[in-house]
Design a protein around this ligand. Structure first.
Ligand code: NAD
Length: 298
């Protein structure tokens, strides 16, 4: 199916720049969101946004979702997608959700003649805005081939891991690493500051040494060290702490399903869950640094 618009649902931190990147790449994109603010921000940035009731799912060639959790994707699919899309419509879910919900929804979609591909991402809003995301993909060979033009337009790397749910499995393992290394970076900076080291100089050291990693480069937790890091902007996400807590919970769920012990992943999951419960989850995950630094929860 080559005609019809590409519908993008979920225009938050990631979905908005993703939809705009697809628009710039020449696709006829229609975006939607439950939040009027998100719709407004999308339209102000030049996107074509419509309310959920007006989304042209019946005419869409592809429906791309970028939603917070598995229950959001299920709710949307059940209320607006599965019964409405034409047979042959491609469903690409870029949200980070659990493997079992993905597999169940893919089977339900297949029963309606729809192909669903899971394609969670890494690279943050900056990657979505510049078309430099990494996509971790699961689905049939045919589905993944059909999804390629969209994924390649928004990503610099598209990696297929196998059948439905494999992209989510890769993402769970990936974010287990990001969660643990994030805490290591934040703890390292808390100790460096407590020892009286200059944060910017310490950052310069780590960037060119063995401690270098994505969190260090893009999510330095000390305000003013990296100009466009969330910490330099009041810890506005970025990647919300609630999403980090969710991803680490998903990783623990995946580990439990195969009896794999992930000790540090489990500690990181507990730490972020406690942070979100006590301080809220809307700020960037690097805001946990302030608590580590103050020793408030020790
Ligand atoms: P976000 O909360 O900023 O955006 C989610 C959007 O979905 C919101 O605008 C919300 O109003 C909308 N929404 C929720 N339920 C809806 C529904 N039923 N119908 C329509 N719209 C609905 O979240 P985000 O940071 O954009 O993350 C989206 C997904 O991408 C998450 O699964 C997250 O784990 C993943 N992700 C985020 C990042 C990041 O850096 N922010 C990086 C990689 C992956």
């Amino acid at each position: 199916m080559s005609d019809g618009p590409v519908v993008v649902i979920g225009l938050g931190t990631m979905g908005r720049p993703l939809a705009l990147t697809l628009t710039r790449a020449g696709f006829d994109v229609v975006g939607s969101d439950v939040s009027p603010e998100a719709l407004k921000a999308f339209s102000s940035a030049g996107g074509r946004g419509v309310s959920l009731e007006q989304v042209p799912v019946t005419e869409a060639r592809a429906v791309v979702t970028m939603l917070p959790e598995g229950r959001d994707v299920r709710q949307l699919y059940e209320s607006a997608v599965l019964g409405a899309a034409r047979p042959g419509t491609l469903l690409i879910d870029c949200s980070t959700i659990d493997v079992s919900t993905t597999a169940a929804l893919a089977a339900e979609a297949s029963g309606q003649g729809l192909e669903m591909v899971d394609a969670p991402v890494s690279g943050g809003p900056e990657g979505a805005a510049s078309g430099a995301l990494s996509f971790m993909v699961g689905g049939s060979e045919d589905g993944v081939e059909r999804a390629m033009p969209y994924l390649q337009a928004a990503g610099s790397r598209v990696m297929w891991f196998g059948p439905s749910g494999s992209g989510q499995a890769a993402k769970a393992c990936h974010n287990l690493i990001v969660g643990i290394t994030g805490l290591a970076v934040f703890e390292g900076f808390a100790l460096a500051e407590a020892l009286g080291l200059d944060a910017a100089r310490f950052h310069e050291l780590c960037s060119g040494a063995a401690a270098a990693c994505w969190t260090l480069e893009h999510r330095c937790p000390v305000p003013g060290v990296v100009a466009d890091a969330p910490s330099s902007n009041g810890y506005e996400p970025g990647f919300a702490a609630a999403l980090m807590a969710k991803d680490l919970r998903l990783a623990q769920q995946a580990a439990g399903s195969v009896g794999c012990a992930t000790e540090f992943g489990s500690l990181a999951a507990e730490r972020f869950a406690a942070f979100v419960e006590r301080y809220g989850g809307s700020r960037d995950y690097s805001a946990i640094y302030q608590i580590i630094r103050s020793g408030a929860d020790s």
